[in-house]
Design a protein. Sequence first.
Length: 103
Amino acid sequence: MNQTPAFFRQPYPLSPDTAMSTSETLYCYHCGRHHPREEMRQIETKSGKKWRCIKSIQATRRSSAQRDAFGKTVTTINRAENQTRIKARLDAERLVAGSSGSV
């Protein structure tokens, strides 16, 4: 059973099977992820208008402890995604290096 609070869960994991085109998604400057346009709101900042996901906007209305937990969750997700990308790149480089040597 998943014990993660609902507002921490990623509703649309972007995997190769479910990835949407960038025209259907927008980048959230706050959490650093792409979300469907319906989950985004444009907000005014000091440097102009930016897109932010509803989930991150709602998270700012929570207690400090809950906001910290939200930030740690997003960080964990981002680290895992980056590690997956790094591993895939290294695996591809090893494949290329291994195949070029066996001609």
